[in-house]
Design a protein. Structure first.
Length: 72
C-alpha cells in the first residue's frame, strides 16, 4: 500500500504551507519584539530575513522528511 505522502503533488504544497507558516510566525514575533524595543525598522528587517531563511529551511526539511516517509 502506498502512503499518501508518496505523491509529489501532495508533498510540495504541504512543505510550502509549513514554510509560509514559519515565515509568518517569525515575522510577527520579530515585529512584536521590535515594537517593544521601539526599533521596528531594524528588527523588522532582521525578522524578514530570518523568516525567509527559516521558511526555506522548513520547506527543505519537510520535503526531505516526507519523501523519506513515503519511501518505506
Amino acid at each position: 500500500m502506498r502512503a499518501p505522502f508518496g505523491s509529489p503533488f501532495f508533498r510540495l504544497p504541504f512543505a510550502y504551507l509549513i514554510g509560509v507558516n514559519v515565515f509568518g510566525l517569525v515575522s510577527v514575533l520579530t515585529f512584536v519584539v521590535g515594537a517593544l524595543l521601539r526599533m521596528v525598522p531594524v528588527v523588522g528587517l532582521a525578522g524578514l530575513l530570518a523568516g525567509t531563511a527559516l521558511g526555506v529551511l522548513a520547506v527543505g526539511v519537510e520535503t526531505k522528511r516526507s519523501s523519506a516517509f513515503s519511501s518505506d
